[in-house]
Ligand binder design. Sequence first.
Ligand code: 3PG
Length: 208
Amino acid sequence: GTMTIREIMAAAPVMPVIVLDRVEDAVPLARALCAGGIRVLEVTLRTEAALAAVAAIAAEVDEAIVGVGTVTRPEQFAAARAAGARFAVTPGLTPTLAAAARASGLPLLPGVMTPSEAIAAREQGFDALKLFPAEQAGGMGMLKALYGPLPDLLFCPTGGISAATAASFLALPNVGCVGGSWLVPKEAVRAGDWAAISTLARQAAALR
Ligand code: 3PG
């Protein structure tokens, strides 16, 4: 069934930001991450292979909850839904993107970077938001500052977060999960070192 964004954020402490150049890496990568306890997977629409990768994971890796990231154009929501995505992530939010997400039926984790953007997103019905780019936006200090006036908003900070800093972010009351690419090193994918990726996933899953 359909999961809400808050349920998706609660499913794992870290949402891996995945960039796939080869479709054939999608299923073994998803299996490696799931084996380590990381089941929510954000496949970014930055490569030609992305939608086919989403489709392969949706078809072959039952335990994975696969979504799409880097959605910046309204037509991408329906295409992602058709490929089997279960949620979408955007680096920012516009009324056009909000309407297209709603029309597609895909739950959306929209990106914001300022208080005004967070309030605008809430006015459009979103109370679980991605803080992007998180470090550049002020990182932990920004999240603490947002918690005062906007304590009802839950964030997935993404951008510049590492294995070393993730736990501190996760300890904040308004952080549901964090996003990051460190679980999926390009060299490990290229080498097919799925065991290394499972180890990184296991460490990330243990952060909460
Ligand atoms: C990205 O834009 O690729 C994501 O924000 C991930 O950022 P990171 O590589 O700093 O984790």
